[in-house]
Design a protein around this ligand. Structure first.
Ligand code: FES
Length: 203
């Protein structure tokens, strides 16, 4: 199990954050503001992957639809949210589950609302309540990417809520363990500064 030793203090959206580790700072000391996507280009309940704030820190962006009102949702219907794509238990990629669907590893489980389900060990995250843990062994909620939408409905990433993993964890996947245990050592990336984040829709 990885250790989360960073202490992040957010001083406002887009503001400066600081964190402490025994080794001192390893990553940038300010959050980049980057364009992620456009609300009108998003299909409801479709997950889009983007990297933020570093090039090896993947996140899931999803538009839940006007029926749902997630905390910190943005856009005309306040239904667009983004969370780290990395499970807070041991670093697998969890799957996004629209309501009424079941994860591929557990057909008896049916999501009642938009959520994340990790098939590695069963951690579950509530996308309506800042990805709080609602089941399984994960010790923390998923870090949420704080978003902003402008008058053109362009979506910008501003910052992330803690807990963040900066420079901690088992390091990069080296091909010798299960492929699902992906690397999540955030110290290895470089800051995302370009407006083109490389958002892609996931099947
Ligand atoms: S890595 Fe996700 S539940 Fe263990």
């Amino acid at each position: 199990m990885f250790a989360v030793g960073s202490v992040a203090t957010i001083t406002g959206l887009g503001g400066i954050f600081k964190y402490l580790t025994p080794e001192g700072p390893k990553v940038p000391t300010s959050w980049p503001k980057v364009k992620v996507f456009n609300v009108n280009s998003m299909k409801v309940m479709q997950v889009y992957r983007f990297e933020y704030p570093l090039t090896d820190t993947p996140n899931n962006l999803v538009r839940l639809g006007s029926k749902w009102q997630p905390e910190n949702g943005v856009g005309p219907n306040k239904d667009v949210v983004a969370f780290s794509a990395i499970c807070q238990h041991l670093g697998c990629f969890y799957g996004f589950q629209p309501p009424g669907t079941s994860p591929p590893c557990n057909s008896s489980y049916v999501a009642k609302f938009p959520m994340g389900y990790c098939c590695c060990h069963g951690s579950q995250y509530d996308f309506l309540e800042k990805a709080k843990v609602i089941g399984g062994p994960a010790p923390f909620p998923l870090p949420q990417v704080l978003l902003e939408v402008d008058s053109n409905l362009d979506i910008y990433a501003l910052a992330m809520t803690p807990p963040n993993i900066f420079g901690h964890g088992p390091g990069r996947y080296d091909g010798t363990s299960t492929p699902q245990l992906l690397y999540y050592d955030f110290s290895g990336g470089t800051p995302v500064t370009d407006a083109t984040v490389g958002t892609t829709a996931l099947a």
